[in-house]
Design a protein around this ligand. Structure first.
Ligand code: CP
Length: 304
């Protein structure tokens, strides 16, 4: 593949290569000097049309640790506000001799649309409700680190599956590596096409947690919802919130994940998020090595 638009188009071997490359970069970023000179000749633009903390900073750090030159663009405060289009915006940035674009955008399909219209490598940093490939890669990489391998593991993704690019990318990534995947949430937040993806569906959180080795607790994406179809946040928390009492009552110790940002007290309580079973900050740490690997591998495809 020429661009990283989604996990859907990667092979299991592609994922293995990304992980093996990330292993090497994880060693690098744990040294006193956290940089390698690999991308001294590469310029990367991080183009964000939607808010981000983890993904934006993690890509920027990954690029800097590869010694790339980096420019950051946020739609807010830019000439997008004066009516400039996505393609015009990116082509203007590219004319300043930029080789690669990392883009987050609220519209599903925006990354593919851009990749077909500009002369640069495009890395999708999340396109609306579609995919968030680097998040799924860092999630699987974190499971592999914690449990030895992803193959054969049972992973439940809990919450707002309907609006979640993290859920879709995780489903593709986990299945390609031989994990069993279940989704759990209220009917209103599970897409109708879910069975076509070959995942199990469970509406009872306790049953889902008893089944799994790993629970990935998603945020309710209030910014993407029609509020009237949604159970109230209080009802959601009562039925699908993970608290310490529920976690401790399970018959085995499961691994707890969350892509962030957390709504503490809604999908997960603080004592679970900060517990020994949580690998939430390991996920964030691994995001830098994974993004270094992705950028390094795609930069090797740039025609100079
Ligand atoms: N997980 C994630 O994508 O977080 P941000 O929205 O802060 O980048």
């Amino acid at each position: 593949v020429d661009h990283l638009i989604g996990i859907e188009h990667l092979t299991p071997r592609d994922i293995e290569i990304i992980f093996e490359t990330a292993d090497r970069f994880k060693e690098v970023i744990n040294r006193p000097i956290k940089k390698v000179p690999s991308l001294r000749d590469t310029t990367i633009a991080n183009v964000f049309f939607e808010n981000s903390t983890r993904t934006k900073l993690s890509f920027e750090l990954a690029e800097k640790r590869l010694s790339a030159d980096v420019v950051n663009f946020s739609a807010s405060g830019s000439s997008v506000k004066k009516g400039e289009t996505l393609v015009d915006t990116v082509n203007n940035i590219l004319s300043m001799k930029v080789d690669m674009v990392v883009m987050r955008h609220p519209n599903p399909g925006a990354a593919k649309f851009l990749s077909e219209r500009v002369d640069a490598k495009v890395i999708n940093a999340g396109d609306g409700t579609h995919e968030h490939p680097t998040q799924a890669l860092l999630d699987s990489y974190s499971i592999r680190e914690k449990l030895g391998e992803v193959k054969g593991k049972k992973v439940v993704i809990v919450g707002d599956i309907l609006h979640s690019r993290v859920a879709l990318s995780n489903i593709y990534a986990l299945q390609k590596q031989g994990a069993e995947v279940m989704v759990c949430g209220p009917t209103t937040l599970i897409p109708k096409y879910i069975h076509e993806l070959g995942v199990k569906v469970e509406h009872n959180l306790r049953k889902a947690l008893e089944w799994c080795d790993v629970a990935n607790m998603l945020r309710i994406q209030l910014e993407r919802q029609d509020i009237q179809y949604f159970p109230s946040l209080r009802e959601y928390t009562m039925l699908y919130g993970l608290d310490k009492k529920l976690l401790d009552s399970l018959s085995k110790k499961i691994v707890v994940m969350h892509p962030g940002p957390i709504n503490r007290g809604v999908e997960i309580t603080s004592d679970v998020a900060d517990s020994k079973q949580s690998i939430i900050l390991n996920q964030v740490e691994n995001g830098v090595a994974i993004r270094m690997a992705v950028i390094y591998l795609f930069a090797s495809k740039i025609n100079r």
